[in-house]
Design a protein around this ligand. Sequence first.
Ligand SMILES: Cc1ncc(C[n+]2csc(CCO)c2C)c(N)n1
Length: 197
Amino acid sequence: MSNNSCGTSRIAGCKFTLYPMSDQFVDIILGVLEEVDTSKVWKDTDDVSTCVRGKMVHVFDVTKALFLYAAKTGEHVAMSGTFSIGCPGDTDADSYMDEADTPLNEAKSNQVSQEAGCKFSLYPMGREDYMDAIYEQIDLSKHRNVEVSASHYATRLDGDVKDIFGALHQSFDSVQEEVSHVTMSFTISANSPSNKA
Ligand SMILES: Cc1ncc(C[n+]2csc(CCO)c2C)c(N)n1
């Protein structure tokens, strides 16, 4: 079987960029990359972004913790990225797929309360009925402790960062059960001065 066909691997990944609106942006970015336990994911950081790959549970655990720890500095912080699973070009070789499922950062993340706003878009690939898969998820996310609202080209989620990432994770997970190759883009923002009106 060709390694290039959809769905031969369930390795998940996320490529994201943190944007701390602060003079301390270098310390914040490098500090959280150090503070978060990334030992269960493959990780690569360059001048533009960071990519983490591995089991879905760890990819979400790490991205959530990185944003939470950056936001708990109190600075206005945003993060944009793309999750992907089932990408025909992704290989298992360096993917940390044997790691046990226990998320390493969850206990510490659960101690942080942080409000945020997020917009996300699901892209189930290679399916004519892609809009059905998307609408199902937008409906489901109404029950996940987050406020869900419609937005052009995206769905908006408002609430606690942990609940927002929970909704992103559940949406992504249930679409990938039906559709082999799925990507999901997101932008999340915390401590924005726009909210102090
Ligand atoms: C998650 C994440 N990874 C990498 C960058 C790119 N970047 C911009 S400034 C900086 C620190 C000094 O080199 C780095 C690594 C980012 N913004 N967010």
